[in-house]
Design a protein around this ligand. Structure first.
Ligand SMILES: CC(=O)SCCNC(=O)CCNC(=O)[C@H](O)C(C)(C)COP(=O)(O)OP(=O)(O)OC[C@H]1O[C@@H](n2cnc3c(N)ncnc32)[C@H](O)[C@@H]1OP(=O)(O)O
Ligand SMILES: CC(C)C(=O)C(=O)O
Length: 518
């Protein structure tokens, strides 16, 4: 049976969504889960773009073994060299190098003639192949390129040693018929195209990314690229979980296999949503909260008589069937560890002891510990390990009354190692907290977005806050979880600020390392 490879770019194109910033521990956790999901290729980042991306790609390349790990590079020698340093420890070092081929990108962005673009692409692929056994070349904005020019440049990059060629619809402009026709045309006209992998990369600006990816598959693509939950630049990328489930459910029509373990989809989707802070719309295909909810009487009647009347996908297929609650206040370490492993987490004994203590604390406060709560405990544990001095919230007190001015008092340790208490007022409790924290961090902070949600069900569910803010000119997203939403809000704010401190510290370390070498 023909196989379609899944190239996951959640950690690169997905992270390019406005406001998403993942740290290395979060990226590693997502990469491990993508490996379990069965992604053929994981694009872990853009190593030359920042020390943080470099570190994450390097960690993922040396950790993941069952998926190929790649990183993105411009057609520039220094980007390729930096990517090699990040990726050389991988099982099968793979580079993804790109250059735009559409008239508008060549003329206005690159300021190069088509001939120059061909030469730069060929040189970059040859140079990349002198280091990497696997090199994917992407024609950025391929769909808006002249098809004859695409044939010419693809002939050249394949001759230069590209092992995969990718034909992106960078701005989400294609319709399925047109995108499929382009793949058929390239299959029929490019020399050596059957010797390399042919890849599709679609964006969702007109809501057609998944349909376009499937059209490419129908017309000869060997690989599809996309992200979990469809996150990504602007309107996002093709949602990989939707493509995988569509190919499975309509196997009778497509007759293809993918290597994707469908029962890992729900867990992967939740992990990505929680760590990025990007909520999943309730009616989203496959992973939305309502994807399996049958509300109206006629549908419910049909479901009761025969579920197949209205249900084409079962929750169990994507791993969404919930286990009965197994853990509570009286549970011990063995059952707890077993549950962590079943949920797909990799935790050392030290980490386990730490999370177990938090679990016991939570079990004292809550009647029921759900899988959602456990998920929060495990992911939080992965987030908060850093050697960089950061702000650590010790306590928060808020005075609120309908006839009082809300006042917040925060006590926190600072990166300088002091413990300070600050207090001020605001128009509401949350504003009072944010104003107080702004005094604490002594910076220029603008709140761009703020969301609060509950994790799990019931009135004693944990509260999650996501704060998107601008701190001294940098856009950052922070997440906080606590029993109380005000505490969660303060934690989310400080989490965003701490991310910038960790990033700055990585940049300083890199500059010092460069100075030492020089
Ligand atoms: C379609 C996509 O998703 S492509 C991936 C997009 N992702 C990102 O851009 C995220 C990471 N990017 C970054 O951190 C920065 O843009 C960097 C570090 C890569 C470069 O930063 P800077 O050196 O400041 O350059 P800046 O971003 O302003 O401009 C990009 C430059 O790269 C050039 N360029 C763009 N694509 C390519 C390419 N594929 N190959 C070679 N050069 C390229 C542009 O023409 C421009 O060159 P110019 O400065 O001579 O005009
Ligand atoms: C780098 C390429 C593959 C890309 O992200 C795009 O064209 O959208």
């Amino acid at each position: 049976m023909r196989r379609i490879d899944f190239f996951d770019t959640t950690l690169r194109d997905g992270e390019q969504s406005a406001g998403i910033n993942l740290n290395t521990a979060e990226k590693l956790e997502i990469a491990r889960q993508l490996e379990r999901l069965g992604a053929s290729v994981i694009e872990a980042g853009f190593p030359a773009s920042s020390p943080g991306d470099f570190e994450a790609v390097q960690r993922i390349a040396t950790t993941v073994r069952n998926s190929t790990v790649t990183g993105l590079a411009r057609a520039v020698k220094s980007d390729i060299d930096t990517s090699w340093d990040a990726l050389k420890g991988a099982e099968q070092p793979h580079l993804h190098v790109f250059l735009a081929t559409s008239p508008i990108h060549m003329e206005y962005k690159l300021k190069k003639t088509p001939d120059q673009v061909v030469d730069i692409a060929v040189e970059a692929v040859k140079y990349a192949r002198s280091k990497f056994p696997l090199v994917q070349w992407s024609a950025e904005d391929a769909f808006r390129s002249d098809p004859a020019f695409l044939v010419r440049i693809l002939n050249e990059v394949i001759a230069a040693g590209a092992t995969t060629v990718n034909i992106p619809d960078t701005v989400g402009y294609a319709s399925p018929q047109e995108y499929g026709a382009l793949f058929r045309f390239l299959k029929e006209n490019v020399r050596g195209i059957d010797r390399v992998k042919l890849s599709a990369h679609c964006h969702d600006d007109l809501g057609m990314a998944v349909a376009n990816s499937i059209a490419a598959i129908e017309n000869g693509a060997d690989q599809v690229e996309g992200t979990i939950n469809g996150i990504g630049e602007r309107a996002g990328n093709a949602a990989l979980e939707e493509i995988a489930v569509a190919l499975h459910i309509r196997k009778d029509f497509y007759n293809l296999e993918t290597g994707i373990h469908l029962n890992e989809i729900k867990r992967t989707s939740e992990l990505v949503s929680r760590l990025t802070g990007v909520m999943i719309q309730p009616n989203k295909a496959v992973v939305g909260k309502n994807a399996f909810a049958h509300e109206s009487g006629i549908h419910q009647d049909g479901m009761l008589k025969n579920p197949e009347t209205y249900e084409i996908i079962t929750p169990a297929l994507i791993g969404a069937a919930k286990e009965p609650l197994a853990l509570g206040k009286h549970s011990g370490r063995a059952a707890f560890k077993d549950r962590a492993i079943t949920m797909g987490f990799t935790v050392s004994d030290d980490q386990l002891n730490e999370v177990f203590a938090e679990f016991k604390e939570l079990a004292d406060k809550k009647k029921e510990i759900t899988e959602d709560d456990l998920f929060v405990l495990f992911t939080r544990q992965q987030l908060e390990h850093t050697d960089t001095p950061i702000y650590d919230l010790e306590s928060i007190q808020v005075q609120y009354g309908t006839n009082n001015v809300p006042t917040a008092t925060v006590t926190s340790s600072t990166p300088e190692g002091e413990t300070v208490s600050v207090a001020t007022t605001g128009a509401g409790s949350v504003e009072a907290i944010f104003n107080t924290l702004e005094l604490l961090v002594k910076g220029d902070v603008h709140i761009l977005d703020y969301q609060v949600s509950s994790i799990g069900k019931g009135r004693d569910a944990l509260g999650q806050a996501v704060v998107n803010l601008n701190f001294n000119g940098k856009q950052l997203t922070g997440r906080g979880i606590a029993q109380d939403v005000l505490e969660a809000s303060a934690k989310a704010y400080l989490n965003a600020i701490n991310r910038q401190l960790v990033r700055q510290s990585l940049e300083t370390q890199k500059e010092l390392a460069v100075e030492t070498v020089n």
